[in-house]
Design a protein around this ligand. Structure first.
Ligand SMILES: [Zn+2]
Length: 174
């Protein structure tokens, strides 16, 4: 279980968090954890790089990517793939879904308990569904035609979780 601190993480808290996930807290890992967990936002790798370099300008993009990969492997963060060009890192690893605001590119958490998913197809032989991630793409009502032509008038939310087939994770059944 992750804590949800509302105040910025201290260096000690960040180090403690990393150690709890079996990650050795190096300077740059601490900076990246700080960027992700202080405001508990969904951030892209570029946004994380920018946040880290605001404080210390020596971190490379490769370091950020390698560190995020490690955080993912250790279960410290989760990846939210809106489409292949929009990948976000999520400090909230509890089961939940997302609204994705097409107008401003922002992800908003939807508590798993606030949404029921029914009628899932049976998994292929020998497979089980591990997780269902649903992304509900939303837009301001008055930009209907401009941003989401396939999403007709009546609903604000357009249930569309069909990213490019090449990047569909095997557990993305939404
Ligand atoms: Zn989230």
């Amino acid at each position: 279980m992750l804590m949800h601190p509302s105040a910025p993480l201290s260096r000690e808290e960040a180090a403690h968090l990393l150690r709890r996930y079996g990650i050795t807290p190096t300077h740059q890992r601490l900076e990246i954890a700080h960027a992700l967990f202080s405001r508990r936002q969904h951030l892209s790798a570029d946004q994380i790089l920018a946040a880290v370099n605001l404080r210390h300008s020596e971190t490379s993009k490769a370091t950020v990517y390698n560190t995020l990969k490690l955080f993912l492997e250790k279960g410290l963060v989760r990846e939210v793939i809106v489409d292949p060009t929009k990948v976000f890192y999520d400090p909230n690893t509890e089961p939940h879904h997302h609204f994705y605001n097409l107008a401003n590119g922002e992800l908003i958490d939807i508590d798993a308990g606030d949404m029921q998913v029914t009628g899932l197809p049976a998994a292929p032989d020998g497979m089980v569904a591990e997780r269902v991630d649903i992304i509900i793409r939303i837009r301001p009502e008055d930009t209907a035609e401009a941003t989401a032509p396939s999403c007709r008038a009546r609903t604000v939310a357009c249930l569309d979780s069909a990213p490019s087939p090449s990047r569909v994770p095997k557990d993305n059944l939404g």
